[in-house]
Design a binder for this molecule. Structure first.
Ligand SMILES: Nc1ncnc2c1ncn2[C@@H]1O[C@H](COP(=O)(O)OP(=O)(O)OP(=O)(O)O)[C@@H](O)[C@H]1O
Length: 379
């Protein structure tokens, strides 16, 4: 069986001051064994609530959560305890026992599981070496940095040899350098111990660095999901676009676009390119074929999961009919979004069309349906 976690139509309603509040609404997600799956969303989206259903710290009001083939949301007592042994959890605030040493913190779940002392010693030593804290066994949490505390948290979560690690904002309290080190450690947890990792975060950079696949949550719902490449290279929802544009700056903001327009008076289009598209000089070819000039005025190309993608804002310079033909030519390679409408549409709509709102607003339908441009072009 290759499925680690399945959320089946999971909903969760809390009673708040006598009123029902839906924190999760019909969540369907599947996390495959061995993958790193990220859930991103703004505060209050329901990420933590969803994560906590995996080890039954929260129970769904409706739907099922299946972990390793077992419906954990229906388990109780000894069966639930046994199932939880296979799920490690790490937290934003580390949740270490302040009055115990690093060694005893990591040993704690093994003590609870009544593992013999000699075995505990071997396991804790192995884990201390794995997280790079062998020299801190006798230190207390208050003597550690944030990054070291999270390393202890990770070691403790791994103590019972779980198959799944769930992470609730594990790097959100850390500085960028320490975040990078902890993410690297989580990658090793995945690769060397083979754990499936389900992490929730509001930091899209964490997803970009670590995850294979991502789900975007908003108001208790999953609004978008896919491989990290898919979601970053072509986000479909406004929320996903907002997250992605906070780390990738390929698409000009409204203000930047206004500045571009003030200087560049040719026809502006946005070209969305993917891996295969960047292999040949399609822009100069199309310009040559149609006897026009072009000018790249904004954008960039990035690499993710070993694949390239990007967005270029390009000014096309030439007579309208040749620019129209060039746009058709570009569509053979890239997804083309018109920032400025074609001349016929400009006339039909009257003055001011060239001053339309942010490109991002017009981006979604056009990016999804390249033919929309044709309608504009031939209107
Ligand atoms: N035990 C509870 N009782 C009442 N409401 C709750 C409870 N737990 C969570 N909520 C509410 O459910 C919504 C989702 O909370 P949740 O913590 O899952 O969001 P989140 O996406 O993880 O955001 P954050 O990062 O801020 O925690 C919030 O509005 C929260 O106030």
């Amino acid at each position: 069986m290759n499925t680690a976690i399945v959320f089946e139509d999971v909903s969760k309603t809390f009673e708040v001051k006598g009123r029902a509040f839906e924190a999760l609404r019909h969540v369907d997600l599947t996390v495959e064994r061995g993958e790193i799956f990220g859930i991103v969303g703004y505060s209050g989206a329901g990420k933590s609530t969803l994560l906590r259903t995996v080890n039954a710290l929260e129970r769904p009001t409706r739907g099922r959560v299946i972990v390793d083939g077992l419906e954990i949301s229906a388990l109780a007592g000894q069966a639930l305890y046994a199932a939880r042994q296979r799920i490690g959890m790490i937290f934003q605030q580390f949740n270490l026992l302040e009055s115990r040493t690093v060694y005893k913190n990591i040993a704690y779940p093994l003590k609870l599981a009544k593992v013999p002392d000699a075995e505990i010693l071997d396991r804790v030593e192995e884990l201390l070496a794995f997280v790079g804290l062998s020299d801190k066994a006798l230190a207390y949490p208050s003597q550690l940095s944030g990054g070291q505390k999270q390393r202890v948290g990770i070691a403790r979560a791994l103590a019972t040899r779980p198959e799944i690690l769930i992470s609730d904002e594990a790097t959100s309290a850390l500085d960028p350098q320490t975040t990078g080190e902890v993410l690297e450690l989580l990658r090793r947890v995945n690769e060397e111990y083979g754990l499936t990792i389900l992490l929730v975060t509001h930091e899209i950079d964490v997803i970009r660095e670590l995850a294979d696949r991502v789900a975007v949550m908003e108001d208790g719902e999953v609004v978008e999901q896919g491989s990290v490449y898919e979601v970053f290279s072509a986000p479909r929802t406004a929320t996903a676009r907002r997250f992605v544009s906070s780390v990738l700056h390929h698409i000009p903001s409204e203000e930047v676009l206004a500045k571009i327009r003030a200087v560049h008076h040719g026809r502006l289009v946005q070209l969305h390119v993917e891996d295969r598209d960047t292999n040949h000089p399609f822009l100069s070819q199309v310009a040559r074929d149609n006897d026009i000039d072009f000018n790249v005025v904004f954008g960039g190309v990035d690499e993710l999961q070993g694949r390239l993608f990007g967005s270029l804002t390009v000014e096309l310079l030439g007579p309208d009919d040749r620019v129209d033909a060039a746009i058709d030519g570009l569509r053979a390679t890239a997804t083309v979004t018109a920032i400025d409408p074609a001349p016929a549409l400009r006339q039909a709509q009257g003055p001011g069309v060239g001053q339309q709102g942010p490109i991002v607003e017009g981006y979604e339908p056009l990016a999804e349906d390249p033919n929309t441009l044709k309608e504009h072009t031939h209107a």
